[in-house]
Design a protein around this ligand. Structure first.
Ligand code: 5GP
Length: 116
């Protein structure tokens, strides 16, 4: 068995995090190194390493993540202007290999570079 991911260890409460949302399928935490005034990570509980590893079995879960991201953005005052980013693979800047959505907001899109 491979060791649990960093995010699985947070989900299991083995590591600390500022948890903003949790349901049966996902958890949302504040990013430890925020790249925007609001920077939240939304993480599915199953350990899918990259979006490219998701299968049709994950379709409902992926839809749930998008709807939940929108709700979380609203709850944090950025419901009218937020960005969702998924880095897929090392070449795209992914550093934690457990699928996650970055929810970013609180600054004008023009002020934020594409690489955050
Ligand atoms: P990636 O680079 O894989 O797209 O995103 C990983 C994100 O996880 C980064 O934005 C990084 O700041 C965040 N991160 C890394 N380690 C921790 C941690 O221990 N706690 C929290 N809350 N965020 C983390």
């Amino acid at each position: 068995m491979p060791p649990p991911s960093l995010f699985t260890r947070i989900i299991r409460r083995e590591l600390p995090a500022d948890i903003l949302h949790e349901d049966d399928h996902c958890i949302a935490i504040r990013d430890i190194n925020p790249r925007a005034p609001v920077h939240i990570l939304l993480i599915p509980k199953p350990e899918i390493p990259r979006l490219a590893d998701a299968t049709p079995d994950h379709q409902k879960l992926l839809g749930h993540l998008l709807l939940t991201a929108s709700q979380i953005a609203q709850q944090h005052g950025i419901g009218d202007a937020f960005r969702l980013i998924i880095n897929n693979g090392e070449g795209a800047g992914q550093t934690v290999f457990h699928l996650h959505l970055h929810i970013l907001g609180g600054q004008k899109t023009s002020e934020a570079s594409l690489g955050f």
